[in-house]
Each structure stands twice: as structure tokens, then as C-alpha cells.
Ligand binder design. Structure first.
Ligand SMILES: C[S@@+](CC[C@H](N)C(=O)[O-])C[C@H]1O[C@@H](n2cnc3c(N)ncnc32)[C@H](O)[C@@H]1O
Length: 278
């Protein structure tokens, strides 16, 4: 399974939904409770799972712009969103959805966020959001994004940003060695500068506070058990591939590590909501 294959995004979506911080989600909901409409930009939208999870927190009329550099994920997103909604109408580059009395207009933008984020923020928006995205970005990207979002006084909601915790069940002595190699891989350039990886949640909170935003954070850890067997197996496989690519752990250790039968894992994530303080 490739890094952002629709099959991988489908596999993780139920775990993501379960994991989201309800404290942070309630704050998002409260922030928009007095509005009738909201305009949202979703960065690195994949197959649209962030819209499916966040729309219930927002007002009845929503306009979403989904941005990804992979046009094929937009095609999958259209199908997944239409199936999720109670009713869907397709247009040239968009969708009009009805879901639980909400009217949701969706447009799709193919763009490389490495170069086009500032331009995308230069339009009337109430919320910039992203899910499972910011650990791919660099500290410089986060700094520039927070500054631009604050200049436009837009609210910001990032969910499921990886924060570096990973505890396997059962534990094995090689887990630490594998984890440190995995984190070195996480810090490589994923197309948006040398990645912040597990430090991304700290950078998000720091940068928005520096721009006079109030910030609330909550844990959104995956707590996977036997019933999540397929997701656990895929995590083990992805972990081993990343460690092999980065080097520094001998092949025998990696093979022995893969062959341990895992019945659970906790993967640490953080949700972040930031809004202008006054
Ligand atoms: C881990 S996936 C998350 C997808 C979705 N938000 C979700 O929660 O399922 C990261 C997404 O970011 C997109 N992405 C990565 N780098 C990008 C870039 N430079 N410009 C635009 N999209 C990018 C990928 O194509 C992928 O859809």
C-alpha cells in the first residue's frame, strides 16, 4: 500500500474518527455556533475524511474547498462524499451535498501546497483545517502558515497530527531502536521542507500563540486492539519499510521485529484548535 493510497486512507478513517478529541471538537462547534454559514479550506484533503468528520461540528450552510496535489484522490473523494451524504448533486468541479439538514458545497483544487498555500488563503475563509497532514510539513511551513492565517484572522483546526508516541503490545526490546529509526524517517522532506514529524503539534501551538491566537489541544491517540488487526498489520509493515529505507537497523532485527504478532498499539496524535484571542 503506498503512503497515501485510498485503501490506506479508508483503513485509517474509522480509527481517526474514534480518536478525535471531543474537547477540541466541542470548542470548534462552540466557536461557530452563532453562524449560519461557514467557508472552509481543507489542506491535504485526501479522500475527504476530514470533511466527513468535521461537517457535523459546523453550521448548516457550509462551503468547502478541498486541496490536494493528487487529482486521483479528489476523484475518490467525490465518490466517498456522495456515498456518505443523504443526497448529492455533481457539477463540473464540485459537489452539492445534503447531510443531516446541512447543505454542503464542495469544490476541489489540485495544488502543491509547498508553493500555493499563501495564494489559497487569500480568499474569504472562516476556517482552515487539515487532518493527518501537519507532521508532513516543516517548521518553516508551519511558521508561514500560522502568520498568514493570523493575518486573515481565520480560525484553525488541525486533527490527528502525529506526536511521536507509539507503544506496541506486546512490547519487544527492539521497539525503541525501530522507533528512533522510524522518527528519523519522519523528519525527511516529504515535499514541504524537512518535516517537523512528531514535533509538528508543538510547532503549531507555539506559532499560533506567537500570533496572539488562543490555542487548545487534545489527545487524539489511536488505541488499536485485536479488532483493528488489519490496521495494526499495515502499521507494522509501514514502520518496517520506513526503517529499511532510512537504514541503521540490521535486516535481521527488522525481520524479527515484523514477525512478532502484535495485538495492539497506541499511536499518539494531537488535535489543535486556534482562534484569534479577541
Ligand atoms: C496522510 S494523508 C491525509 C489525508 C486526509 N486529510 C485524511 O485525513 O484522510 C496526507 C494528504 O496530504 C496530501 N499532500 C501531501 N503533500 C502535499 C502537497 N505538497 N500538496 C498538496 N497535498 C499534499 C496527500 O496527497 C494526502 O492526501
Amino acid at each position: 500500500m503506498s503512503e497515501f493510497a485510498p485503501e490506506w486512507l479508508d483503513l485509517r478513517e474509522p480509527a481517526d474518527l474514534r480518536a478525535r478529541s471531543s474537547d477540541v471538537a466541542n470548542t470548534v462547534s462552540a466557536r461557530f455556533a452563532l453562524r449560519d454559514d461557514v467557508s472552509v479550506l481543507d489542506l491535504g484533503s485526501g479522500t475527504g475524511s476530514n470533511l466527513r468528520a468535521t461537517a457535523p461540528l459546523l453550521p448548516h450552510r457550509q462551503s468547502w474547498k478541498l486541496v490536494d496535489h493528487d487529482a486521483s484522490l479528489h476523484e475518490v473523494a467525490k465518490t466517498r462524499l456522495a456515498a456518505w451524504a443523504d443526497a448529492a448533486e455533481f457539477s463540473d468541479n464540485g459537489l452539492r451535498l445534503r447531510k443531516d439538514r446541512r447543505e454542503i458545497d464542495v469544490t476541489f483544487v489540485v495544488a502543491d501546497l509547498a508553493s500555493e498555500t499563501a495564494h489559497l488563503l487569500d480568499q474569504p475563509l472562516h476556517l482552515v483545517t487539515a487532518s493527518a497532514f501537519f507532521d508532513l510539513t516543516s517548521p518553516d511551513y508551519i511558521r508561514a502558515l500560522a502568520k498568514a492565517v493570523a493575518e486573515h484572522r481565520i480560525a484553525f483546526y488541525a486533527t490527528l497530527t502525529y506526536n511521536g508516541q507509539r507503544r506496541w503490545t506486546p512490547r519487544r526490546p527492539a521497539d525503541n531502536q525501530m522507533a528512533s529509526a522510524f522518527h528519523r524517517h519522519q523528519l525527511r522532506d516529504k515535499g514541504l521542507g524537512l518535516a517537523a514529524g512528531p514535533m509538528a503539534p508543538a510547532h503549531l501551538a507555539d506559532q499560533f500563540r506567537l500570533n496572539d491566537y488562543s490555542v487548545i489541544e487534545g489527545d487524539s491517540d489511536w488505541r488499536l486492539e485485536r479488532s483493528d488487526r488489519m490496521l495494526i498489520e499495515e502499521l507494522v509493515r509501514g514502520h518496517a519499510v520506513a526503517v529499511s529505507e532510512i537504514g541503521g537497523v540490521d535486516a535481521k532485527t527488522i525481520v524479527n521485529w515484523i514477525n512478532v504478532s502484535r495485538t495492539g498499539v497506541v499511536v499518539g496524535h494531537t488535535d489543535t484548535f486556534a482562534a484569534p484571542a479577541s
